[in-house]
Ligand binder design. Structure first.
Ligand code: ATP
Length: 319
């Protein structure tokens, strides 16, 4: 009988639980045994592995975080350490693994696949920065969390006639900042993929003030600079009273949106479909609303790029 394991790794993302549930239920539906590896690659090394039944994934589809816990495990980059994890799977007769996580987790998954465990990656990260899928699990939920915060801050910005700078997650990827900026009607969006010209931002705020505009919202991705730095930089050019909000980890939590739950359910089941057909070494994704698979090699070949058309639109709508 085929035996499949599933783990979550890297930063947690809302919808990971829905993906775990899908992998477990689809595996059992297909007549396979399914195992949960707790605490990501750390748990794989530490042999923290348990067989899961249908009921083990009941009542989790609506919950944020991950029931299997997640961990960062730098030592997993070492082949001898990975070997220990592989042995822990093999001694149970497990030959297949579904890794739910971001691109760092995919690197570990790629190595495992080369070293004898049939592995499939499922994109679970709020950053939306993984090639081979239009959306990652957790992005939509985090986006909506940010939009809710921006709407609330906008009420105060309007009442007190101030410029607010809102710092959102995104060290290397500006998708959250861009989408939240468009959806929240921000005047300025600063993303790592584009060169930041603070002088131009200051001039635009000043031009707005001189035509009677009293408040402004700037969304800055953490990878560009902090909200506090952004305020300091602006004041080098204009006399502006700013307030800063750092949204922080609240962006990672909360119950997943319908979109994330459906995406996670589709991707988790598709990962099992591939393993059933003895296909591995791929990351699954959603492209043009169809399930797709991209080899790990191809996922890593290109840098993540921002949606240029949306970025251009954001500028056109915030004149
Ligand atoms: P997020 O994008 O949410 O941060 P991530 O999956 O990219 O998620 P990382 O911390 O980069 O998060 O990676 C998760 C884990 O994957 C690491 O702690 C490590 O165990 C494993 N990993 C990362 N890079 C490699 C690599 N080159 N080889 C083997 N394992 C790796």
């Amino acid at each position: 009988m085929k035996k499949i394991a599933v783990l979550t790794s890297g930063g947690d993302a809302p919808g990971m639980n829905a993906a775990i549930r899908s992998v477990v239920r689809k595996s059992i539906f297909e007549g396979f045994e399914v195992y949960g590896v707790f605490q990501g690659y750390q748990g794989l090394i530490n042999d923290n592995i348990k067989q899961l039944e249908l009921g083990d994934v009941g009542d989790i589809i609506q919950r944020g975080g991950t029931k299997l816990y997640s961990a960062r495990c730098p030592e997993f980059k070492t082949p001898e350490v990975r070997q220990k994890g592989i042995e822990n799977l093999k001694k149970r007769g497990i030959d297949s693994l579904v890794v739910i996580g971001g691109d760092g987790s995919y690197r570990g998954a790629q190595r495992l696949n080369e070293e004898g465990i049939n592995t499939i990656g499922v994109p679970g990260t709020i950053d939306n920065d993984i090639n081979g899928t239009d959306y990652t699990i957790g992005f939509d939920t985090a986006l909506n969390t940010i939009i809710d915060a921006v709407d609330r801050i906008r009420d105060t910005a309007t009442s007190h006639e101030r410029t607010f700078i809102i710092e959102v997650m995104g060290r290397d990827a500006g998708d959250l900042a861009l989408w939240a900026g468009v959806a929240g009607g921000a005047e300025t969006i600063l993303i790592p993929e584009s060169k930041t010209d603070i002088k131009a931002v200051a001039e635009r705020i000043e031009a707005g003030m001189s035509r009677g505009k009293k408040h402004s919202i700037i969304i800055v991705a953490e990878g560009v600079m902090s909200a506090a730095e952004c305020g300091d930089e602006l004041r080098k050019y204009i006399n502006v009273d700013t307030r800063e909000s750092v949204l922080g980890h609240m962006q990672r939590g909360g119950k997943p949106t319908g979109s994330d739950r459906v995406l996670a359910s589709r991707l988790g089941a598709y990962a099992v479909d591939l393993l059933k057909d003895n296909i591995s070494g791929y990351a699954v994704g959603l492209e043009k609303n169809e399930m797709s698979k991209t080899s790990f090699d191809e996922v890593f070949q290109k840098e993540h790029v921002i949606n240029e058309k949306l970025y251009q639109l954001s500028k056109e709508l915030s004149i």
